[in-house]
Design a protein. Structure first.
Length: 102
C-alpha cells in the first residue's frame, strides 16, 4: 500500500514539472514579457521605477537596453521579463521607451 501511494505521488510530481518551467526556456522573450509605466527614480547599473500605482520596482537592465537617452525623472514604459517584487531574482528590463507626449 505504501509503495502504491509513493508511486502515485511521484507520478503526480512528474506531471506537474512541465507546467512549472517549460515556458521560460522555449518560449522566447515576447511570450513572458509584461509592461509597466512610471517615472525613472534612479538609473545606474539597474533601474528603479516609481510606477503609476505609487510602488517602487527595481529592474536589472538587459543587454539591449540603451540607458544613455534616459534621465532620472523621465516618464517611461518598461517592457520586462520576470516578476515584479521578486528580490531574489529581479525582473529584467528588455526595452525602455519614453512615454508618449514627453
Amino acid at each position: 500500500m505504501r509503495r502504491a501511494i509513493i508511486g502515485l505521488l511521484a507520478a503526480l510530481l512528474l506531471l506537474t514539472l512541465p507546467a512549472c518551467g517549460g515556458g521560460s526556456s522555449a518560449g522566447g522573450a515576447e511570450e513572458g514579457t509584461a509592461t509597466v509605466s512610471g517615472v525613472v527614480n534612479r538609473l545606474g547599473d539597474f533601474l528603479v521605477l516609481l510606477t503609476d500605482d505609487g510602488e517602487y520596482a527595481i529592474f536589472d537592465l538587459g543587454p539591449e537596453v540603451d540607458k544613455s537617452a534616459l534621465e532620472e525623472g523621465d516618464q517611461v514604459t518598461v517592457s520586462y521579463t520576470g516578476e515584479l517584487g521578486n528580490e531574489e531574482e529581479p525582473p529584467v528590463a528588455v526595452e525602455i521607451t519614453p512615454a508618449s507626449g514627453t
